[in-house]
Design a protein around this ligand. Structure first.
Ligand SMILES: [Zn+2]
Ligand SMILES: [Zn+2]
Length: 430
């Protein structure tokens, strides 16, 4: 019995090793093919990025961008390229040669209303509009992945769904858009992906490095509107009125006490009043002050608690001064939450693909991303990709007029994400 067990154990171990060796040889071969192909297409990925950078388009107005992406996908032999999703969005499907799960990869397409100041040959040709959030880079990487994977389509264990999304920066007033609208229009159905991946450029990270955070990765973002109603009076006779300006000053200070005294200091939380409007001239006490702000949290639990605390604070202060108020909070972007189980599965793969020294760690962002809306439907991972290079004087933050990237990030990320998608599908085969 003992001997048989030993023999079985030995055979089992041998088979195990053989399978592992075959898998590792398989990976080495795939890695070589992907790396070689990506370096071949690197100039065309850069060229594509520069074309997008020169022709930036604002949220929900990405018609040229959408057209060039769809054309490229069709030349790559994608048979399913659905355009016009959530206005200018595209959903394209690449079915692999082997049966397996479905994974989605998302890239956002819109630019920002900023005048580019950096002097580069590929400077924006659209005055007052600029790809200052790197979405031109995100699209080019996604197309680089699409091209790489379409070359080795027969080897893919499953299906890759590419989602090119408009209006990540927010749809214009009165319009729907972004990830929420893509989901409403079926981007995550037929077929439904098992997981979704996406990337964002990050100027805190040196080029060639990638960061994957498990759990909260970027903050939620909700809009705050406050109206304070006092009573108008002559500026020289404040006792005849209720000074909405003085009330608003106290409201603003009291709101900051939520951060310091009402919320666990270990929690991520920001409340900023970004706009305040009231009054017409120096000697009139105005009846009304309006202000708007943004609320950011790194936990859905805190996000749920905050509206109550804000209302209590504003109403309490206003009542103490004899004023009245209205408080509105519009829920916008949830917390970008990287599924811990998925992160645990992907981290060793990422380490294998880019090596440990290229895995970078940063703290979660207080910026927000509507990628979080996909993660509310299916598990997803949002990666930060390095773009900074001090030698080339490239380290400006996103949303600034001299933002740029070290373009070697394009090939590095295309390679890493292509391999990651392939490995994820192989590991999760049905
Ligand atoms: Zn942005
Ligand atoms: Zn962005």
């Amino acid at each position: 019995m003992k001997n048989i067990f030993r023999m079985n154990f030995a055979i089992g171990c041998f088979l195990c090793t053989a399978v592992l060796m075959a898998q590792s040889n398989d990976y080495v071969a795939t890695e070589q093919i992907v790396s070689k192909f990506v370096s071949q297409i690197e100039p065309s990925i850069i060229e594509f990025r520069r074309d997008l950078h020169m022709n930036p388009e604002l949220s929900n107005r990405e018609s040229r961008t959408s057209k060039v992406i769809a054309e490229k996908l069709r030349t790559l032999g994608f048979d399913e390229v659905k355009t016009g999703v959530a206005s200018t969005g595209i959903v394209a499907i690449l079915r692999g040669g082997k049966p397996g799960p479905v994974v989605a990869y998302r890239a956002d397409m819109d630019a920002l209303p900023i005048q580019e100041t950096r002097s580069v040959p590929y400077k924006s040709r659209n005055p007052g509009v600029m790809h200052a959030c790197g979405h031109d880079v995100h699209v080019s990487i996604a197309l680089g992945i699409a091209e790489t994977l379409s070359k080795i389509k027969d080897q893919i264990t499953g299906t890759v769904k590419f989602i090119f999304q408009p209006a990540e920066e927010g749809a214009p007033d009165g319009e729907e858009g972004g990830a929420g609208q893509m989901i409403k229009e079926g981007a995550l159905e037929n077929p439904r992906p098992k997981a979704i991946f996406g990337c964002h450029v990050e100027s805190e990270i040196p080029v060639g490095k990638i960061c994957l955070i498990s759990g909260p990765t970027m903050a939620s973002s909700d809009d705050l509107y406050i109206e304070i109603l006092g009573k108008s009076a002559h500026g020289a006779k404040p006792h005849d009125g209720i000074d909405s300006i003085v009330v608003s000053a106290n409201v603003i200070n009291a709101l900051q006490v939520i951060r310091s005294r009402r919320i666990d200091p270990r929690e991520g939380f920001v409340l900023t009043i970004g706009k305040i409007q009231g009054g017409t001239r120096s000697n009139i006490i105005p009846e009304k002050v309006e202000m708007t702000g943004t609320i950011r949290t790194l936990s859905e639990k805190i996000r749920k608690e905050v509206p109550g605390l804000v209302r209590q604070t504003v109403e309490g202060v206003c009542s103490a001064f004899g004023a009245s108020c209205s408080v509105k909070i519009n829920k916008d972007y949830p917390v970008t939450f990287n599924d811990p189980k998925l992160a645990e599965e992907i981290l060793p793969l990422l380490k294998k693909i880019i090596s440990s020294e290229n895995l970078f760690t940063i703290k979660p962002h207080t910026g927000a991303e509507d990628f979080s809306k996909y993660q509310k439907v299916i598990p997803g991972l949002f990666f930060f990709i390095g773009i900074a290079n001090m030698k080339k004087n490239i380290n400006s933050a996103i949303h600034t007029s001299d933002f740029d990237v070290d373009e070697t990030c394009l090939a590095a990320s295309t390679r890493a994400m292509s391999l990651l998608l392939l490995e994820y599908l192989k590991n999760n085969k049905i």
